[in-house]
Design a binder for this molecule. Structure first.
Ligand SMILES: Nc1ncnc2c1ncn2[C@@H]1O[C@H](COP(=O)(O)OP(=O)(O)OP(=O)(O)O)[C@@H](O)[C@H]1O
Ligand SMILES: [Mg+2]
Length: 279
């Protein structure tokens, strides 16, 4: 996934070939703590993501995966700890200073979050209109290019309500890459999709990595997706990183909690509680 297959002229990354050996650090989280009221969500997360790496974050529901993604892009601020984009500390920046950095990210939200009263074209054009001085014809051309990338040519005039769940995700993805981001954050990109549509999304993630040379952070519960798109998998539990490794290392992890998650097995206690309730 780190080896470029096709050079994209539109990519800001295409000129910056990966140096031999380890790529430079793109994102770094240093000992991040975050709580909401009494609820401790992130409890000391340290994470380094090199350029062009595809990192998958797994972990039980409510464990802080979405909260973690929001810290990477400055939508949430840590109570303690530091967030770096390249070598620049960003968690302490003013909103105004954060804007140009945020523009270098694409964010596929957990709910596709399309504007329902906008056409597909208007949805994808939105960030271009907000953040660039492109002309109308340039915007149209770019929207068509992004739609082609996600395999939805010719759907410009459709409304979101006319699309299937998988198509909406692909439109949301086209919007996430509207400004040719360096980093794409995906929050549950395959949730709610059937296995075939999920695989289309997985292939798209791989394609974006190859063609746009992006760095990716993918949050998912979908282990087939995780194993397909990850260079590295990180498992969170109770606000901490409990496992980290290449897909094969995670697959063969000796950690009982990791194994249960990967195989989708409930704990004996959870099963016992369920059977007690049934009686
Ligand atoms: N803005 C917020 N205010 C208060 N509590 C929040 C906020 N955002 C998240 N939380 C809480 O933080 C915890 C972690 O939430 P998060 O959305 O990160 O979980 P998750 O791991 O992404 O779960 P899922 O797999 O279900 O999406 C939850 O208990 C959630 O209710
Ligand atoms: Mg979430």
């Amino acid at each position: 996934m780190t080896a470029p297959a096709i050079q994209s002229a539109s990519s800001p990354q295409s000129a910056a070939a990966a140096p031999s050996g380890r790529c430079p650090t793109h994102i770094r989280l240093e000992n991040i703590h975050k709580r909401f009221g009494k609820l401790v969500v992130l409890d000391g997360i340290t994470l380094t993501i090199p350029e062009r790496e595809s990192v998958v974050v797994i972990g039980p529901s409510g464990t802080g995966k979405s909260v973690l993604l929001k810290h990477i892009v400055g939508l949430l601020r840590p109570d303690q700890g530091e967030v770096y984009f390249r070598d620049k500390r960003i968690d302490n920046l003013q909103e105004r200073e954060l804007q140009p950095i945020r523009r270098r990210f694409g964010f596929l939200f957990q709910q596709s979050a399309l504007f329902d009263s906008f056409t597909v074209c208007e949805n994808i054009a939105f960030p271009m209109r907000e953040h660039t001085t492109l002309t109308e014809s340039e915007i149209k051309e770019r929207v068509a290019q992004k739609l082609a990338m996600v395999g939805l040519e010719g759907t410009q005039n459709k409304m979101p309500a006319e699309l299937s769940g998988g198509m909406r995700k692909r439109v949301a993805l086209a919007r996430a890459i509207a400004l040719d981001p360096e980093v794409v954050l995906y929050d549950e990109p395959t949730t709610g999709l059937d296995p075939i549509r999920s695989d289309v999304i997985n292939e798209l993630i791989l394609k974006l990595n190859d063609e746009l040379h992006v760095t990716s952070v993918v949050v998912t519960h979908d282990m087939a997706s995780a194993f397909k798109v990850a260079d590295r998998i990180i498992m969170l539990s109770d606000g901490k990183v409990i496992a980290e490794g290449k897909p094969d290392e995670i697959r063969h992890s000796q950690n009982e909690e990791v194994q249960r998650f990967v195989q989708g097995r409930a704990t004996p206690e959870e099963l016992a509680a369920l059977h007690r309730k049934k009686k």
